[in-house]
Design a protein around this ligand. Structure first.
Ligand SMILES: Cc1cc2nc3c(=O)[nH]c(=O)nc-3n(C[C@H](O)[C@H](O)[C@H](O)COP(=O)(O)O)c2cc1C
Length: 331
């Protein structure tokens, strides 16, 4: 209701400015907001989620807005992507609204304040949702050395996250998605796996490891990746990140902007990858479905297609924060 009044003002502003203002206002005034809680408990990856509706990575890259976001009723919030060192990301403008298609194109490029800053924001703060921390590599780290960036972040966030998501699917860091290729992925999972064993020994607890994948994967990659997930004991899959395809938005004045496409135009690809992985994995490895979910019906469909959890991003921009509760109540 309130969002329908505010949305025209926000949509008259540059998209990134509108994002920043919304998050700052939410954080500033969160004390006066009623707590939205929807109890639809579900146990996935050994974690108890208050409900299965989550915030996807990228909205709160530095975990600066958790007090405000925590009031919106999410069962889980994924912060990041965060990299070892702070970096500015790509020059602005770098988010574009394709409102006629209920979609966005972004080429943010992992703008973030670095993993140490993120940890100061999450440590020792009480929370009533599951916290995922999504990690990436710095732009100036060669792809061949990516493992060291992932390991550095993984080790630092291990004790603070409820689960850790490895992002190898953003289209805005050159070469990053090549880490989904068989050899590179195997090396990455083997390297992180070794570190995981030593951290499990040190802390005496297991942190679920989740891999976030691109919707642009070749069909042939699906059984290959599924085998690697099993082999290296990956606990979950996030499908999907944004797409470099422009299917569904061709002809729009902004469709040729570089970056990843999200929202309604991503929906078919996201459903497709979910179904394809579910056919391979069944209930063995849980899938978190994300991409173009903007209604209770769409969320329910994802569960029918095999998802165990869902995440939202672009749907929140077009439909407003009430979407979280609407979906969670419908499940
Ligand atoms: C502006 C913007 C920034 C994003 N940044 C990240 C990021 O840092 N890390 C990540 O894993 N995904 C990032 N994403 C992808 C989302 O988490 C999500 O996978 C994608 O947008 C598809 O979901 P949606 O259609 O509901 O938006 C970003 C998306 C947008 C729109």
């Amino acid at each position: 209701m309130l969002y329908s009044l505010v949305k025209p003002i926000l949509f008259s502003l540059d998209p990134e400015l509108a994002h920043d203002i919304s998050l700052k206002m939410l954080q500033q005034f969160h004390r006066w907001l009623p707590v939205t809680r929807v109890e639809k408990p579900t146990r996935v990856m050994g974690l108890d989620f208050p409900n299965p509706v989550g915030l996807a990575a990228g909205l709160d890259k530095n975990a600066d807005y958790l007090d405000g976001l925590g009031k919106l009723g999410f069962g889980f919030i994924e912060v990041g992507s965060v990299t070892p060192r702070a970096q500015p990301g790509n020059p602005k403008p770098r988010i574009f609204r394709l409102s006629a298609h209920q979609s966005l194109i972004n080429r943010m490029g992992f703008n973030n304040r670095g993993v140490d800053h993120l940890l100061t924001q999450v440590d020792n703060k009480p929370r009533d949702f599951i916290l995922g921390i999504n990690i990436g590599k710095n732009l100036d780290t060669p792809v061949a050395d990516a493992l060291s960036d992932y390991c550095l972040c993984y080790e630092k966030v291990y004790a603070s996250a409820d689960y850790i998501a490895i992002n190898i699917s953003s289209p805005n860091t050159p070469g990053l998605r090549d880490l989904q290729n068989e050899k590179a992925l195997e090396a990455l999972l083997a390297g992180i796996g070794q570190l995981r064993t030593s951290l499990e020994d040190k802390y005496q607890f297991h942190r679920p490891l989740v891999l976030k994948l691109s919707p642009d994967l070749d069909q042939k990659a699906i059984p290959v990746i599924s085998d690697l997930l099993r082999q290296y004991g990956v606990d979950g899959l996030i499908a999907t990140n944004t797409t470099v395809s422009r299917d569904g938005v061709q002809g729009h004045g902004l469709s040729e902007q570089n970056g990843g496409l999200s929202g309604a135009a991503l929906r078919d690809k996201s459903r497709h990858l979910l179904s394809a992985f579910y056919r391979e994995l069944g209930d063995e490895i849980p899938i978190i479905s994300v991409g173009g979910i903007d209604s209770a019906e769409e969320a329910r469909l994802r569960f029918e297609l095999g998802a165990k959890l869902v995440q939202l991003y672009t749907g929140l921009i077009y439909r407003g924060p009430g979407l979280v509760k609407t979906i969670a109540l419908s499940l």
